[in-house]
Design a protein around this ligand. Structure first.
Ligand SMILES: [Mg+2]
Length: 162
C-alpha cells in the first residue's frame, strides 16, 4: 500500500494566504508567502502530489520558493493549465495524470489516496472518487490524536473483503 497525499496549496500548505494573495509583483508575493512546517512534517513519509488551482505560469517560481524556504519538495505537482475552477481542474488532474500513473483509489496498483484540501467543493469531488479529504486544521487534529484501534479495524477488514 502506497499512501499518496493530494496536497492543496492555497490556504493549505500556504499558511498566510489571506495576507499574501494580493501582493504584486509576484516576486513580492513569493518573498512573503510562508509554508506550514507542521503540515510538511505530518506528510513527509508519504508520496506527496501538490494539486493546485494556482495558474501554471506561476509554477516554477512557486516550486523554487517552497524548496528554498522549507528544504522540502513534493514528489509531483500539477498547476492549473486551463484556468479552471479548483474542483474542475483537480478532477482533470486526477483523471488525466494521477490515476493513469498511480492507479485508482485502493486499486490493484496499491495506491491509497487522501487529500488535505481547503475547498469544500473540491473535497466533495475527491469524495466521489472515494478519497477522504480534510482541511488543514482537521487533518492535523486527526493526525495528533491517537485513533482508537478497535474503532478502525472493522473498516480495514471490510476493505479487504471487497
Ligand atoms: Mg486551497
Amino acid at each position: 500500500m502506497k499512501n499518496i497525499c493530494l496536497l492543496d496549496l492555497n490556504y493549505t500548505l500556504v499558511g498566510n494566504q489571506a495576507d499574501t494573495r494580493l501582493l504584486r509583483p509576484f516576486a513580492r508575493r513569493m518573498a512573503a508567502e510562508e509554508y506550514r512546517a507542521d503540515l510538511i512534517e505530518a506528510i513527509r513519509d508519504d508520496y506527496v502530489i501538490i494539486v493546485t488551482a494556482r495558474p501554471d505560469y506561476q509554477m516554477r517560481q512557486t516550486m523554487e520558493n517552497i524548496k528554498k524556504k522549507t528544504g522540502w519538495q513534493p514528489d509531483e505537482w500539477y498547476f492549473n493549465d486551463i484556468n479552471g475552477e479548483p474542483p474542475v481542474f483537480k478532477e482533470r488532474a486526477l483523471k488525466n495524470w494521477i490515476f493513469p500513473k498511480h492507479g485508482e483509489q485502493d486499486g490493484p496498483e496499491g495506491a491509497h489516496y487522501y487529500a488535505v484540501e481547503s475547498n469544500p467543493k473540491t473535497r466533495a469531488m475527491y469524495k466521489r472518487y472515494g478519497i477522504e479529504a480534510a482541511p488543514y486544521d482537521m487533518f492535523m487534529k486527526k493526525r495528533l490524536t491517537p485513533q482508537p484501534v478497535m474503532a478502525q479495524e472493522p473498516e480495514c477488514f471490510q476493505l479487504k473483503m471487497f
